[in-house]
Every structure is written in structure tokens, then in C-alpha cells.
Unconditional design. Structure first.
Length: 154
């Protein structure tokens, strides 16, 4: 996106919401991720997962976070004059994610602070990931740095 089309710190309003799109979760992706990064039986072993409280294989919560982050970056951060992130707070997995699920992400700007630096401000967004039934599967807060517009020299 050209810089002139990006949202700067001054353009963002507390309470504003953004739809970041959706993504399908595949069994292959779940298994590949779990094998590499989160090798728990509920993510890898169909028999063990079937006998668990979940009744079937579930996606790693970290895969859910990764997919959420992808949508967050594409649907929100890349449309802002984002300088980077300062972290994520209060990550909560509310419901399991199964193969075939479609996840959607929305973002609400809950706080902004101009801070002391004239070049950027601090933002806090609430990130909510839902499944195809509209059930919340993940919530977290993202802390970011967003560039301020340059002061006119006139």
C-alpha cells in the first residue's frame, strides 16, 4: 500500500473496529505445525485426540495465534503506518479449533497514547478470532507503534 494511503496514528480512533478477513484451517496444516512446534497427542494422534475431552484432533493454540497474526498483519497492520509491535498480552484460547474450521479476525482499537516521542504513538488493540459458528476461539491484546504524520514545514 502506498504510504499516502496508510492510516497514521492521528487517523486512528479509539473504539474503531477493523475486519481482517478469514482463513480455513486444514488438517495437514494442523499436523505439520504440531509435528514441528507443539507435538502434543491432542494435535498429532487421532486415536488419543478422539479419546480426549475434545473428541478429535485440535489445532495447536499457537497455530491459531499464527493464523490470527497473519490476518492481523494483512487486514490491519499493513494498512497502518505501523513501525512494529511491542508484544501481545492476555492471550486466551476459549474453544478448540478443528480441521475444516474457518477463522475470522476482528480488531478493535481500545487505547492510543501519543507518548513522548514526536515520531510515533502507542496503540493497544483487542484481537478476537471466531470460528464459522461465530464462537470466540481466541482473544488477545496487541501493543503497537504507529508512525505519526510528519509536521508540515509551512
Amino acid at each position: 500500500m502506498p504510504p499516502q494511503d496508510k492510516r497514521y496514528f492521528e487517523d486512528l480512533v479509539e473504539g474503531q473496529t477493523f475486519d481482517c478477513g478469514s482463513v480455513a484451517v486444514t488438517k495437514d496444516e494442523m499436523l505439520e505445525f504440531a509435528e514441528r512446534y507443539d507435538p502434543q497427542s491432542i494435535h498429532l494422534n487421532e486415536e488419543a485426540a478422539g479419546n480426549s475431552m475434545f473428541g478429535d484432533l485440535i489445532a495447536s493454540g499457537w497455530l491459531t495465534c499464527a493464523l490470527t497474526t497473519r490476518l492481523l498483519v494483512e487486514g490491519y497492520m499493513n494498512k497502518n503506518a505501523t513501525l512494529g509491535g511491542r508484544g501481545m498480552d492476555e492471550i486466551r484460547w476459549h474453544k478448540p479449533v478443528y480441521a475444516g474450521s474457518t477463522l475470522s479476525v476482528t480488531v478493535e482499537l481500545v487505547e492510543k497514547d501519543s507518548g513522548r516521542n514526536p515520531a510515533f504513538g502507542h496503540t493497544k488493540v483487542k484481537i478476537v478470532t471466531t470460528n464459522e459458528q461465530g464462537e470466540t476461539v481466541l482473544t488477545m491484546y496487541g501493543l503497537g507503534l504507529v508512525e505519526k504524520r510528519k509536521a508540515s514545514s509551512e
